[in-house]
Design a protein around this ligand. Sequence first.
Ligand SMILES: [Zn+2]
Ligand SMILES: [Zn+2]
Length: 130
Amino acid sequence: MKSYTGTGSCLCGYISYTASGEPSFPHLCSCHMCQKWSGAPTVAWVEFSIQDVQWDGAGGEPTFYRSSAKTRRGFCPKCGGTLCALDDGYENVSMTIASLNDPNAIVPDQQHSYQESKPSWWTVKVKPAS
Ligand SMILES: [Zn+2]
Ligand SMILES: [Zn+2]
């Protein structure tokens, strides 16, 4: 993908970030963990190198919840906004595309993980690239 610079934040703005560099693996996930974590039927994700994401808001880094043995999910401790996920030992951080100030900038067209757990009433228009 092309190089990119974008800003994003949680709902209240306490946690905000600037992401730059080359985004990778923009995709959707409808797994039960993403659903419970976000309250949404599907979460759109994109990866950046960890050092390419600057947490530049008043709150600094998000608060992390360890959602599985090797994964932590980052959220705002004030408003609960869902921002990122980090796998232990992995060089990238997954950012929620919808927390970007311009969520149209990155299209999650590479994969739709756990489509089978998507609610039956939920139609997703983005088709994974074949
Ligand atoms: Zn917040
Ligand atoms: Zn998921």
